[in-house]
Design a protein. Structure first.
Length: 905
């Protein structure tokens, strides 16, 4: 029985800002979500993703029961948990006995809770006896981990969010925080409004929405950050803008660095980076003369074969100017996933151990083994994500357990990843949504509880630990991750170490937290003073928080003492090296990939909310207008985008926010929404030598025009998830196909496809059946000779389903009629005539674009408002756009800057 509405305070499951949310529910179902005003990350704010959490998670997409297949050629079928777990334990035990512990591996995720991570670590390292446990943080934070450890001695972002507000000069490098850390960006916007003298510098090859706040945007050439940072240091030295006293008292290695940066003259650096000398000079001056200087960075630095060198070169600037350990200052890496930090703390990269320890350190191994009550931890190092999938591919790994990540979409070089998953004898996937690309390869598929359904802790980018509280039970038989992991571990230990006491005697997540926290005692991240009760009582806390402490620590290294052997921070002198495929110069374009404002990674969750497709409606490749002209392409043309590893077919669009020679494609598109293996079929597995983080941001690519004259368009209202599942397989035979949810009050599925020749009539008939266009109130016109056909289903005077085949010139017009709920005489006349072009003007694809997702305000409405002379405040008052989460404000401001306003308005 559902009880009256209740509120549970928890956290958002998306980005590393780690906002607090208030979940409104009735004990069974989640009804709404609001920002938690008392949470120190967001003080009540949420972004477009957080504020729509309750609209996501369609049960049709969720995993509800375990599924097992007993042979690769067979289909999976439903099973019960006992059989599923016993089967998994038997296969793992046999594999370990026959091929040794390193023949199995665990690939986990920065979206697990700390307790889940801890259970997985203990399972792999203590019970199985392998360090083959790595996480998707390898694709995300591992360069920052190495950067902090090498320069400062420990993997600890030293700053707090309040420092962003206090800083006088903020350098944002390789981070599009307007999209990826929006609530923090809102805090920065407000701070800059209060203190307009604050300088903001953005370093990004693209002009992103984050540049809206920039006093200076350096659109450096891809991968040239190390040269830029060395160039800045060169100027700082030349002008005497360094802090000699700080360098002498608290650092080591400055002389070597000084010698290295001598060659990085402004002229040389301007050339390498493709920027002008004055801009470089201004950037150095602002940094050198600012009372406080803070840097923020994310994937534009980390995802590179020079990821660790980029991190070190940036931290060098802070050490040289003494800008660390004081308010408004410091090198502040933004973590991507909600609990990427918890993963680092619990040792969830193959080279780490719990409590910021190292596998390569014998004392650390001994400490952990003693705490766990086992003889020893293995000495053999574990494999990192890319190496791990290589080992799966060559057959060295024979049983693979994947949890809370979708490697068949997110790893680079997807052809190889898919081949590896096909070849692996036993793949377990522990997932909340059974719709992902990786689920397809699971021999055993386990339904996991997800947002709002599980309890534990997470640590956000500013080292702040929050208690994640459960609001509702998980659907059907889905279970929290820690409990799946511990259940499997208990069955496996009966087979591997019979008769011995269990290592996994945990009955709730709190028991895991209590065991884990003592492993951090007296270490840099000391969490031993925390407990669920304390977090409930005093709210989220920053570490270190040792036993007996009254509060956490806002800022590290205030005393200039660093956790290195000498107690001094280290300067690192590493030369600039070009990105791998820019060195080879075989391809004319460099492909840059990253995030959209309203989507999250493989879109298993955000992809269930049609309104989140309002801002970016489907996969498109963006190129500078000159690149389109050079290739005689126009917006919407289909192209083949190819790299050395694979290719994709999708439409192009002109965009002058990137420079010529570059291409931009969101990372989100995988095989589910776009035919082919998605964005990462193109990216390269080459990785940084120290962090082993792959170069996801710079792939050499080429664009070729394709001729696919037979085009297809369809739209069907209602039951989006189930229709998606039924229709998606039918589009495998097309050269191009994109399927995306659309709509808002009336959710629908939108399909675009193309091929060289018309498909078999039976296939079209099958598609029509699933589109409800084979019977009932359907108007149809078919011209079999020209293989052109159009069908529209009209119910209660409104269009509910559309299909155009052969030619799709009328698609935008029809979509507009559907949106407006019109089905008038004009439509009927057009439908019954052989014409395919729409009557009157065709709306451009921008018309339907929603800029303000909270209040459903389209780009065209905003443009009309601007043309009438409205300014930002006027638009907010009249249209209400930008008045809720604020994510669309930078884009509205850009439109205002572009469009001439009405005279005397
Ligand atoms: N909306 C949304 N938000 C998210 C996520 C999401 O999926 N969707 N994911 C979360 C996760 S896990 C992460 S890791 C973060 C990522 O957050 P960000 O790193 O901010 O996001 P990205 O779009 O991947 O990349 C940031 C920028 O790096 C730039 N860049 C590319 N190459 C270079 C270069 O060589 N140098 C420099 N200086 N910049 C470069 C790109 O042009 C891009 O604008 O976002 C988190 N937040
Ligand atoms: N080209 C390119 N590729 C990239 C990047 C890029 O910038 N460019 N960025 C990289 C980065 S930084 C990252 S972090 C990765 C992200 O890549 P992935 O980790 O593959 O991304 P997600 O789609 O978030 O996968 C998380 C999965 O966990 C499931 N899930 C959600 N909640 C739960 C839960 O509570 N339990 C379980 N068991 N499952 C759950 C979701 O349904 C989803 O399928 O992508 C990387 N790949
Ligand atoms: S900024 Fe948005 S996505 Fe990130 S935690 Fe906050 S509400 Fe969630
Ligand atoms: Mo990430």
């Amino acid at each position: 029985m559902a009880s009256p509405t209740q509120i549970t305070a928890s956290t958002c499951c998306y980005c590393g800002v780690g906002c607090g949310v208030l979940i409104e529910h009735d004990g069974e179902r989640i009804l709404g979500v609001a920002g938690d005003p008392s949470h120190p990350a967001n003080f009540g704010k949420l972004c477009s993703k957080g504020s729509t959490l309750h609209l996501t998670g369609d049960l049709d997409a969720r995993g509800l029961y375990p599924q097992l297949r007993l042979g690769k050629a067979l289909a999976r079928s439903r099973t019960d948990w006992d059989s599923a777990m016993d089967h998994a334990a038997t296969v793992f035990a046999e594999t370990i006995r026959e091929h040794g512990p390193d023949s199995v591996a665990f690939y986990i995720s920065g979206q697990l809770l700390t307790e889940d991570y801890y259970a997985f670590n203990k399972l792999a390292r203590a019970l199985v006896g392998t360090h083959n446990i790595d996480s998707n943080s390898r694709l995300c934070m591992s360069s920052a981990v190495v950067g902090y450890k090498r320069s400062l001695g420990a993997d600890a972002p030293p700053c707090s969010y309040s420092d962003i507000e206090l800083s006088d000069c903020l350098l944002i490098a390789g981070s599009n925080m307007a999209y990826a850390h929006p609530v923090l960006f809102r805090r920065l916007e407000e701070a800059k409004t209060r203190r307009p003298d604050m300088k903001v510098i953005v370093i990004d090859p693209r002009r992103t929405d984050t540049c809206d706040l920039a006093d200076l945007h350096l659109a450096i050439l891809p991968g040239t950050d190390v040269a830029l940072f060395h160039g800045i240091l060169h100027v700082l030295l030349w002008e005497g803008w360094i802090d000699r006293a700080y360098i002498d008292a608290h650092t080591e290695g400055f002389e070597a660095l000084k010698a290295l940066v001598r060659d990085y003259t402004p002229a040389a650096v301007a050339e390498i980076c493709g920027i002008d000398c004055q801009a470089l000079q201004a950037c150095a001056q602002w940094i050198g003369q600012a009372p406080s200087f803070l840097s923020l960075w994310c994937m534009g630095l980390n995802q590179s074969t020079a990821g660790t060198a980029k991190n070190s070169a940036l931290i060098n600037l802070h050490l040289a100017t003494g800008q660390i350990g004081k308010p408004g200052a410091g090198p502040f890496s933004l973590t991507g996933q909600p609990n990427a930090m918890g993963g680092r703390e619990t040792g969830s990269l193959s080279n780490l151990l719990p409590g910021h320890r190292e596998v390569g350190n014998a004392d650390h191994r001994t400490e952990i083994a003693a705490y766990w009550g086992i003889d020893a931890l293995p000495e053999t190092p574990g494999l990192s994500a890319i190496e791990l999938f290589d080992a799966v591919h060559d057959g060295r790994i024979k049983a693979l357990w994947i949890a809370c990540t979708n490697p068949a979409q997110s790893l680079p070089d997807q052809n190889k990843v898919h081949a590896a998953l096909v070849a692996c004898p036993f793949v377990v996937v522990q997932e909340a949504f059974f719709t992902t690309e990786t689920c397809h390869y699971a021999d055993l598929l386990l339904p996991a509880a997800s947002w709002g359904e599980k309890e534990g802790t997470v640590t956000n980018s500013e080292r702040r630990v929050s208690h994640v509280r459960r609001a509702v039970p998980a659907p059907a038989e889905a279970r929290p991750d820690w409990s799946i992991t511990c259940d499997f571990a208990r069955r496996l230990e009966k087979l591997l170490r019979p008769g011995l006491p269990s290592l996994f005697d945990f009955h709730d997540s709190e028991a895991l937290f209590e065991e884990y926290k003592h492993l951090t005692s007296k270490r840099d991240l000391d969490l031993s003073g925390l407990s669920y009760a304390l977090l409930d009582d005093q709210g989220p806390q920053q570490w270190p928080f040792p036993a007996g402490a009254l509060s956490g620590c806002e800022r590290l290294y205030a005393n200039g003492h660093f956790p290195t052997t000498s107690g001094r921070a280290q300067f690192l002198a590493e030369p600039y090296r070009a990105a791998k495929e820019r060195r080879e110069a075989r391809y004319s374009l460099t492909l840059n990939t990253g995030r959209l404002r309203d989507q999250w990674h493989g879109m298993s969750r955000t992809g269930t909310a049609p309104q989140l497709f309002g801002h970016a409606q489907g996969p498109v490749l963006e190129l500078h207008p000159d690149e389109l002209r050079r290739r005689r392409l126009v917006d919407g043309d289909l192209v083949k985008l190819r790299s050395r590893r694979g290719s994709l077919i999708l439409p192009v669009q002109a965009d002058d926010s990137i420079r010529p020679g570059q291409a931009w494609l969101p990372m989100h598109w995988g095989n589910r929404f776009l035919r082919g293996l998605g964005t990462n079929v193109l990216t390269l597995p080459a990785f940084d030598p120290l962090s082993k983080q792959p170069e996801l941001k710079h792939a050499g690519v080429e664009v070729d025009r394709v001729d696919l004259p037979w085009q297809f368009f369809a739209l069907i209202e209602g039951q989006v998830q189930s229709r998606f599942e039924a229709l998606r397989p039918l589009f495998e035979g097309f050269a191009y196909a994109s399927l995306t949810p659309t709509g808002r009050e009336r959710p629908a599925l939108l399909i675009r496809a193309a091929s060289a020749v018309a498909p078999e009539p039976q296939l079209l008939a099958q598609i029509d059946r699933l589109l409800d266009l084979d019977q009932g109130p359907v108007l149809a016109y078919d011209d079999p000779r020209r293989t052109i056909g159009k069908r529209v289903r009209i119910e209660h005077g409104r269009i509910v389903s559309i299909r155009l085949a052969g030619e799709t010139a009328a698609s935008e017009w029809l979509k507009g009629l559907w949106q407006e709920g019109r089905a008038d005489a004009e439509l009927r006349r057009w439908l019954l005539a052989p014409l395919s072009a729409p009557p009157g003007n065709v709306a451009s694809s921008k018309v339907g674009r929603t800029l303000c997702n909270c209040l459903n305000v389209s780009e065209s409405a905003i443009c009309t408002g601007i043309a009438q002379g409205l300014d930002l405040d006027g638009l907010k008052q009249t249209l209400k756009c930008g008045t809720s989460c604020g994510s669309c404000v930078p884009e509205i401001k850009r439109l205002l800057a572009q469009q001439p306003t009405a005279v005397n308005a």
